[in-house]
Design a protein around this ligand. Sequence first.
Ligand code: FAD
Length: 435
Amino acid sequence: MTEKYSLFWFRRDLRLDDNIGLYNAIQSGRKVICLFIFDKNILDKIETINDSRVNFIHNRVQIINNNLNKLNSSIIIKHGFIEQSMKEVFNEYNIECIYVNKDYEPYARERDNMVKKLAEARGIGFRSYKDQVIFEQNDILKKDETPYTIYTPYMKAWRNKLHKKDYTEYYTDLKQNNFAQIGKKEIPKLESMGFKKSKIIVPDYDISNKIIDNYAEYRDYPAINSTSNLGPHLRFGTVSIRHVIRKTINSDPKFVNELVWREFFMQILYHKPEVVDSCFKKKYNNIKWEIPDDKFDKWCNGLTGYPIVDAGMRQLKDTGDMHNRVRMITASFLCKHLLLDWKLGEAWFAKHLIDFDLAANNGNWQWCAGCGCDAAPYFRIFNPYEQTKKFDKDYTYIKKWVPEIGTDKYPEPIIEHRFARNRALDRYKKHLAQE
Ligand SMILES: Cc1cc2nc3c(=O)[nH]c(=O)nc-3n(C[C@H](O)[C@H](O)[C@H](O)COP(=O)(O)OP(=O)(O)OC[C@H]3O[C@@H](n4cnc5c(N)ncnc54)[C@H](O)[C@@H]3O)c2cc1C
């Protein structure tokens, strides 16, 4: 154990190129050992053995390994709890310093503090880098140095601050000399970790001019493939945000504005981690939701009798994805029409979405319930029929997911629209008036 190494620990940055933490590990001048830990703390909570996220991660780690194998190196894989896994790595290799990219979720922050302490107690360094976002929590603050809680002024400040250097890509020098020469190792099979292959294959992202130039016009139509599908790729870092911004910054601003939503919610979660369990607008914690019954199961399984809602919920279960417009309609339906707690819907999406991201999912659910940080008044209730007329008037999307539409196999609506609307307005109004 004489040679000293830099350890690069992959997490939600599953790529070799344009990876700031990895770049800095290589810059250290020491050979780099690459590590990925299948964290039992997270995996043990996943109920579905063919979980699409675990599959996607496994697949991307395999790709990284294939590339490292060409350099007579490998990614070290651990399947266990973080502390124990790290100790094993420290005992096996002489690590001088750990390099990571920052992760802003509450669990990840705690985990990283723990590893930093563990490392430092052994005289090992710990360096973390901004990589996942263009601007992190304290990069964009109001004049009084507090975080923005309204999107539009945040977005303007984000754009004003943006400079070419913020989206300059970092070149990773993939040469043998930069990586620990530990030979070619296989990565463990999914089955050895208690998982199975998923039928869900994550499509590539598309930020070609065809998508970006037409984004503003077509992004709301679920039957058209007109969005970038960056969701899972940004979530797991299989593409860098700098690359995406560099390619799209001079096109229609609408697209980049969506990426700003992503960073907006991330900085909200960082500054206000209490949103995980509570409404951003505290008063909304007073709302008395209905007790979930079979209507909740019908929502989950796409059997509400509202075709656009059912199409979305079935798409989600089948593919791990749902079009953004339909996410808004189905979420609104749960918290307004069914008057069920938005946290139930948030958890269902978290279980199924391949692009599940705590900050974005929580922020958007709170937005749909009207209790979030941005102005979305509770009395704006999506009408599923009007939404269908506007965004799927030929029923192309609906027919794809609800083929029995128009036959007696399709259920009657589980709740009448006008009744549901009035009930929601009354309930919200009544409870928001309480102190
Ligand atoms: C109830 C609800 C829950 C959601 N949960 C998630 C989630 O868990 N993870 C997630 O990434 N997105 C979530 N979204 C936002 C949005 O629906 C998805 O990002 C989008 O549908 C992904 O498809 P795309 O990559 O083709 O998006 P595009 O329309 O091509 O957008 C490009 C990227 O911008 C970002 N983005 C777009 N819209 C939003 C938004 N409203 N909030 C935050 N970021 C956005 C995403 O990173 C997205 O990949 C949610 C939206 C709603 C209404």
